[in-house]
Design a protein around this ligand. Structure first.
Ligand code: FES
Length: 170
């Protein structure tokens, strides 16, 4: 289980008006008495709204918005690896190292990324541009090996292609 981290910014998190509309749309997918089911998509929205990660304060805020006890929110956020519990760089590079990708040489993809970014898996570059993570199956096994950069998937990777993709990021 990952540990939660406090945000050094003491301002209380608050969804933008646009995000609040999205929260309402998420709530509309579930019966009123099952609003807790909206927890995961609202956490996902909060992650993109509040800088790519979920601080303890953000988790408390999401719990309040969804109407669940904070512990319910902590349990979900610390269980699933798609929720970042500490700050990430501008680009979060997640390389799948699960079975299909591993069989298609994800080890080479990981090492070429570590070399290209000059950062080890689990770390963020000193300029805060990249965070490199190794993750479990991202559901694109048919085109293994693959990685996710923020919201985009890149598949059928080779070491050369990885370098090209990284170089092209603005
Ligand atoms: S094993 Fe890598 S995407 Fe499924």
């Amino acid at each position: 289980m990952s540990e939660m981290q406090e945000d050094t910014n003491t301002e209380r998190p608050q969804f933008s008006a646009d995000a609040l509309k999205q929260v309402d749309e998420i709530f509309s997918r579930y019966p009123k008495e099952r609003r807790a089911s909206a927890l995961m998509p609202v956490l996902h929205l909060a992650q993109s709204e509040f800088g790519g990660w979920l601080s303890r304060q953000t988790l408390d805020y999401v719990a309040e918005v969804v109407g669940v006890a904070p512990i319910r929110c902590y349990e979900v956020a610390t269980f699933y690896t798609m929720y970042n519990l500490k700050p990430v760089g501008k680009y979060h590079v997640q390389v799948c190292t699960n079975i299909s990708c591993w069989l298609c040489d994800s080890e080479t993809i990981v090492s070429s990324l570590e070399e290209k970014l000059q950062a080890k898996v689990g770390s963020t570059t000193s300029d805060n541009r990249f965070t490199l993570s190794a993750v479990e199956c991202l559901g694109a096994c048919i085109n293994a090996p693959m990685m996710q950069v923020n919201d985009d998937y890149f598949e059928n990777l080779t070491a050369d292609r990885v370098a090209e993709i990284i170089d092209r990021l603005p």
